[in-house]
Design a protein. Structure first.
Length: 190
């Protein structure tokens, strides 16, 4: 099990990046770690935060391809600006659910990077779901009281039988320390 800990703005951006990844069968989206990322507490220990790579299944990208692609990008790539497709409601009709159940997303970790590949519709769906979670952050009472709140898990998007490292759930925890004034003051004093 893994954890995605993010604030409202990061969840909205991440949702948009999943939708961007869903739009092209010739591109992948790399999400580097923000500067100063700290390890995430996971099961009583410290687990390093990892960058993420998103791609449609039909790109043919394998997790083991990423180190070579990353080296090539450093030499020749230029930043690109794209506009993410608008978010849709995260609910999906039964026929879409059946299609994605037959072809779930794949989650793998290789060379210090999390790679998520899926069919376009499923990447759109994950993006819409993350955007919906981001929209819910401001209304969540636990955020206002404790500075963080469990919002949901991505258990239905991944199939543990289809990955090298079984992934049963990716739990999404919203972290907004500004809502918890004592925590916010202690973080700003550091």
């Amino acid at each position: 099990m893994g954890y995605l800990k993010a604030g409202r703005a990061d969840l909205l951006r991440l949702g948009a990046l999943f939708r961007v990844a869903a739009t092209s069968s010739r591109s992948a989206v790399h999400i580097p770690l923000p500067p100063g990322s700290r390890p995430t507490a996971l099961a009583g220990g410290d687990t390093p935060a990892l960058p993420t790579l998103l791609a449609r299944e039909d790109t043919g990208l394998r997790p083991s391809d990423w180190p070579d692609l990353r080296r090539g990008m450093r030499r020749s790539s230029a930043p690109l600006q794209v506009t993410a497709p608008a978010a849709r409601p995260p609910d999906r009709p039964d026929d879409v659910r059946r299609r994605t159940d037959r072809h779930p997303a794949r989650f793998a970790e290789h060379a210090g990077t999390i790679t998520i590949t899926a069919r376009a519709e499923l990447l759109f769906w994950i993006g819409d779901w993350l955007t919906d979670l981001g929209d819910r952050v401001a209304r969540d009472p636990h955020i206002h009281r404790h500075g963080e709140s469990f919002l949901g898990d991505m258990a239905g998007f991944f199939d543990p039988r289809r990955t090298d490292q079984p992934m049963h759930a990716l739990c999404v925890v919203a972290v907004e320390p500004i809502f918890h004034h004592a925590r916010w003051r202690s973080q700003s004093a550091k």
